[in-house]
Design a protein around this ligand. Structure first.
Ligand SMILES: Nc1ncnc2c1ncn2[C@@H]1O[C@H](COP(=O)(O)OP(=O)(O)OP(=O)(O)O)[C@@H](O)[C@H]1O
Ligand SMILES: [Mg+2]
Length: 293
């Protein structure tokens, strides 16, 4: 852990519960899952205790993390079972998150998802007993109360364009990181996401903050990418947009299949790029937390 990591760790100990961090954008395919999983992996490697909650019925984070666990177990010559028979929807139905948690590597756990989570909205409106906006939007939050003290970070990977999941994630989140592919439709998706977040923040007087907008999949030579990045800085400000911009990295395509790890220089390149982002994220959280004193 570096100096800032230790500072944040002390802060988490003092508040006695995890920071929850949602990765969002209304648009699909903009790097949300890649950033959720790789940032969670690097935070765990730094020594923070991290839980990833896969809120997407596509279950991409679940698959990528299980592959990560299998990759590391294989590298260490260990036999480890990553099969699971309960997912997030079971946790919601049984009001018990703990039974669904699976360990991936040291300090890194996941609440897995699968396609059954497509029924979340139906559950919210028909079976949860919720009767008004407030209770529709607070189906998930109470389930996490007991496990928040056991982690340093709870990272929520969200699907694109799903109102019920977005609202339930935002109300239980301290910080939102917007993943921004440097393309125009992704910027529009970021805007939509942030205005929904601002509405929820006002409606329920939430402490949630946009911790940063992370530009990714960027081609620094392309005029559209340059223009979108410039517009993002104008729209969200220099402070909000991460200084470090993630390039398009071909190794990223392998991570969902092979899991995250460092076997060669191409893996290391991706992880080094994300390490800069993880450090920037930590200093941004410290900025917000220390500013509140
Ligand atoms: N920096 C990058 N360089 C190259 N490829 C990337 C990068 N980031 C993500 N990708 C790839 O882009 C695709 C979309 O990324 P990802 O699944 O993380 O997006 P998403 O926003 O979670 O999508 P969805 O909205 O469908 O959940 C994936 O194939 C991923 O491997
Ligand atoms: Mg995703």
């Amino acid at each position: 852990m570096n100096k800032n990591d230790k500072k944040l760790s002390a802060l988490i100990k003092a508040r006695k519960q995890a920071f929850s961090l949602t990765i969002g954008n209304q648009k699909g395919g903009v790097g949300k899952t890649a950033s959720s999983v790789i940032l969670a992996y690097l935070l765990a490697k730094k020594g923070f205790k991290v839980l990833v909650v896969d809120l997407d019925p596509q279950a991409n984070a679940t698959k990528m993390l299980i592959n990560t666990g299998m990759r590391q177990a294989q590298e260490q010559g260990l036999e480890k079972d990553f099969s699971f028979n309960k997912t997030l929807l079971d946790a919601i139905l049984e009001k018990n998150i703990e039974d669904t948690i699976i360990n991936i590597i040291d300090n890194l756990d996941i609440v897995p998802s699968d396609d059954s989570f497509e029924d979340f909205a139906r559950y919210v409106y028909l079976n949860s007993g919720a009767k008004d906006d407030f209770s529709f939007d607070h189906v998930l939050e109470p389930l996490f109360a007991d496990i928040k003290p056991k982690y340093d970070f709870i990272v929520l990977d969200t699907p694109p364009s799903n109102k019920e999941i977005r609202s339930n994630a935002v109300v239980m989140t301290d910080y939102v990181l917007i993943s921004l592919q440097t393309q125009d439709d992704s910027l529009a998706g970021a805007n939509l996401y942030i205005s929904a977040l601002v509405d929820l923040k006002q409606k329920y007087d939430l402490p949630v903050e946009v911790v940063g907008v992370l530009a990714t999949l960027n081609d620094p030579r392309n005029t559209v990418d340059k223009l979108v990045l410039k517009r993002a800085i104008e729209l969200f400000s220099d402070e909000v947009v991460f200084k470090h911009v993630l390039p398009n990295m071909s190794r990223m395509k392998r991570f969902p299949i092979q899991g995250v790890g460092t076997s060669d220089r191409f893996d290391k390149y991706v992880l080094d790029e994300y390490e800069v982002v993880a450090n920037e994220l930590i200093s941004k959280i410290l900025f917000y937390e220390e500013g509140e004193d």
